[in-house]
Design a binder for this molecule. Structure first.
Ligand code: GLC
Ligand code: CA
Length: 555
């Protein structure tokens, strides 16, 4: 196993808008992150991934970029960004920015020039097509709902947008555009970034087809992914991107990309396009693959375990992975994986133990280390997220009542994880001096960082133990580089695996259930490294795991 700095990293994802507001305008900012760097340093993480902070009209909270080279005034100045990189590096932490190059904002000057002048070279930077009998070129549905084509004025021209209509897709077939993008990527890497989280990158190659395809929804449209996800020929673009930017900088790159098994080696093998990819299989196990998350999908612990284990085994054969439970597109993991009546210290720390010691670079999403939970808005008007509004609309269209639709928003809205970080029990959870841009979860008085840091039995303190274990314990090698070996899969509620090197081995057993579970352990146990309960009850090799108990054993 080759050494790479990012294999040993622990990454913390920051949603800048909701992390810390330093200047009292209700919106988190870069100075706010700088002020909280010591908090992150104390936690023990060493890579920080920032969701987009570039100039943006904020139609999709920064994933619609109007200027790649400058920071949005909402977040601060270009100097603030340089300072953040500097201050983080000083503390031994690297910064990853979010790289959004599948699309730009419709307010990006390239797109504005493309619309202004039909002879401009920028027309070919985007994907314009003629309509058909007054209709869009085909019936693709954008990921955010509605047609993926937007008409240009009253003309017969349409442009493609896989996401919102304010996010026109770039035409990667154009070599000049690609060069401009690479130059921009290198501009940022030269500033001393650790690398990038690469947004929606599996969508950059399109297989354009005219026509009306069979619908798969109530809206007469069909899932666009069939024509734009991992299309043949994408290899060429991704190779070029890597060779001209990431590789010469020895960058860490994490692609947001569900990769089919056959392509995995090309993505994350020794000479792959990226350092690692996010696998959605176990985080999206409660929604249909078409992304209609207002339609819940039932799942069992066994199914979840199969998905995680399969992902681990496939990845281990060829390269490196990213392991995570949450991000800014997901609801809080506690609410997703744990029945509401069971949410608490044990279940939160069981989830943490279960994923954090898997093979790969672990990611923690802001607030996950506190066990932050979903936040119910009192009405649709309190939701900010563009996708939430779309899903609500489609839920109603599909026949759900308003109450039923709201239940799905409570369950799955992306705003569940975007509420302001809960720093302390003062007003607005200590996030801001004024009313924040998005509602603060009411539970901040009993769940906040200040209280948890002072309490050695809190979820935060447990996360810190896990982080220390990976960063500096005698089991470090096994946790980072050890082989992943599934075990005890005969038990329905147990998620157990070993991490094994020639020198040391550990066994991780998690009881993913509110019931006790007795497990006959076959290995010779040397001792206990970590547990979320006091003591352990065993008779001989028969161990009783209490509700949501996790134990890490030394073998
Ligand atoms: C990615 C981002 C998501 C954004 C979308 C469009 O999926 O994670 O937040 O809405 O891309 O850029
Ligand atoms: Ca601010």
């Amino acid at each position: 196993m080759n050494f790479q700095w990012w294999k040993e990293a622990i990454c913390y994802q920051i949603y800048p808008k909701s992390f810390y507001d330093s200047n009292g305008d209700g919106i988190g900012d870069l100075q706010g992150i700088i002020e909280k760097l010591d908090y992150l340093k104390d936690l023990g993480v060493n890579v920080l991934w920032l969701c987009p902070v570039y100039k943006s009209p904020m139609d999709d909270n920064g994933y619609d970029i109007s200027d790649f080279y400058h920071i949005d005034p909402q977040f601060g100045t270009d100097d603030d960004m340089d300072k953040l990189i500097f201050e983080a590096n000083k503390r031994g932490m690297k910064i990853l920015m979010d790289l959004v190059i599948n699309h730009t904002s419709d307010e990006h000057e390239w797109f504005e020039k493309a619309l202004e002048d039909s002879n401009s070279k920028y027309v070919d930077y985007y994907i314009f097509r003629e309509g058909k009998d007054g209709n869009p070129p085909n019936n693709w549905r954008s990921y955010f709902g509605g047609s993926a084509w937007e008409q240009v004025g009253n003309s017969n021209k349409y442009y493609l947008h896989a996401f919102s209509k304010k996010q026109p897709d770039l035409n990667w077939e154009n070599p000049e555009l690609r060069e401009e993008l690479y130059e921009m990527v290198n501009y940022w890497l030269d500033k001393g970034l650790g690398g990038f989280r690469v947004d929606a990158i599996c969508n950059i190659k399109k297989t354009f087809c005219e026509g009306i395809f069979p619908t798969d929804g109530e809206d007469g449209l069909c899932f666009i992914g069939n024509w734009i996800l991992n299309q043949e020929g994408i290899e060429e673009f991704l190779t070029e991107l890597k060779e001209k930017t990431f590789k010469p900088h020895n960058s860490m790159t994490v692609a947001e990309s569900d990769v089919p098994k056959e392509l995995l080696e090309k993505f994350i093998g020794e000479d792959g396009y990226f350092s690692m990819v996010f696998d959605f299989s176990y985080t999206d196990l409660d929604v249909p693959s078409t992304g209609e998350w207002f339609k819940p999908v039932n799942w069992t612990v066994r199914e979840m375990r199969d998905k995680i284990f399969q992902s681990q085994l496939e990845t281990q054969k060829i390269g490196w992975g990213a392991v995570y439970l949450e991000n800014h597109d997901q609801p809080r993991s506690l609410n997703k994986y744990i029945p509401s009546e069971d949410i608490g210290f044990e279940s939160a720390t069981m989830l943490a133990t279960m994923y954090f010691l898997l093979r790969g670079t672990p990611f923690i999403y802001q607030g996950q280390e506190l066990g932050m939970s979903n936040c119910r808005m009192s009405s649709m008007s309190e939701y900010d997220d563009i996708a939430t509004h779309d899903q609500y609309y489609r839920a109603i269209l599909s026949g759900l009542s308003e109450e039923q639709a709201m239940e799905q928003m409570y369950r799955r809205s992306r705003d569940n994880s975007r509420t302001p970080f809960q720093w302390d029990n003062t007003q607005n959870a200590g996030f801001s001096k004024v009313n924040p841009w998005l509602k603060v979860n009411e539970n901040y008085t009993s769940n906040n960082a200040k209280q948890q840091i002072e309490d050695s039995t809190s979820v935060w303190s447990y996360y810190k133990k896990l982080i220390d274990l990976r960063n500096e314990s005698e089991y470090r090698k096994a946790i980072i580089y050890g082989e992943f070996l599934p075990c005890y899969t005969q038990y329905d509620s147990i998620v157990a695996y070993k991490r094994v090197t020639n020198e040391e081995s550990i066994l991780i057993i998690n009881n993913f259930s509110a019931q006790d579970c007795e497990v006959i352990i076959e290995e010779d146990i040397k001792g206990q490294i970590l547990s979320n309960y006091e003591g352990q009850s065993c008779r001989g090799n028969m161990y009783n795991f209490r509700p949501y108990e996790s134990v890490v054993f030394a073998l």
